[in-house]
Design a protein. Structure first.
Length: 208
């Protein structure tokens, strides 16, 4: 069984790096690993199915939470809510002093991150607006990208994050309990991010 698990991890890494696997392929791989592991353990089809149902029982609540988070994203995208929010935010950001602009970009990215957790999708959504905006307010595009990267600090507390809610569900930790514990640390990280964005603006940080 350990050999099956080890081989599955090797296939997982190879599939992601070479074949660019995503959720569907990874789910199929883990399903196959479970079936093969059950057969190696000497279990019949009925016993494998019973064990699968018993294991999946704990994930039902998590699956509903993840589905609700996904529904929020679909509604926000199809109704063009995110586009409206982003356009309004860009107009709002442009009126601030130059040294505050990067910090406002960071806070805007944190709000967008509530709806879009994929780094690639968030970059594709926000950078076509944020990059030209950085030129207009005279800060470097590298600073804008830095503000976008720092917004990942808020991911562990977002109830719409499938990763966060999935992990909390497996650990049997209520989100409100986790949020109360993590909130002070998140506020420290947000404050640190705001401070870290000041030097790039003052020094016109960019390629040498």
């Amino acid at each position: 069984m350990l050999a099956v698990f080890g081989l599955g991890i090797v296939l997982l890494v190879a599939g992601i790096l070479i074949k660019h696997w995503y959720i569907e392929e990874i789910a199929a791989l883990f399903m196959a690993m479970g079936l093969v592991a059950g057969m190696v353990a000497g279990q019949g089809p009925s016993r494998i199915a019973i064990n699968f149902v018993a294991g999946a029982r704990d994930f039902i609540g998590v699956a509903f939470v993840i589905a609700c988070g996904r529904a929020i994203l679909i509604v926000a995208q199809d109704a063009k809510i995110l586009d409206t929010m982003l356009y309004s935010a860009s107009s709002f950001i442009s009126v601030f002093p130059r040294i505050v602009t990067a910090q406002m970009m960071f806070l805007t990215q944190c709000v967008i991150n509530f709806f879009v957790h994929s780094g690639t999708a968030q970059a594709a959504l926000t950078m076509p607006i944020m990059a030209p905006l950085s030129d207009l307010v005279h800060i470097t595009r590298q600073t804008t990208v830095f503000a976008y990267q720092l917004c990942e600090f808020v991911n562990p507390i977002l109830p719409t994050s499938a990763v966060t809610m999935g992990v909390l569900g497996m650990a049997r930790i209520p989100w409100d309990k986790w949020a109360r514990w993590f909130l002070p640390l998140m506020l420290i990280l947000v404050g640190l991010s705001l401070l870290l964005l000041i030097p790039p603006v003052l020094t016109n940080w960019g390629p040498f």
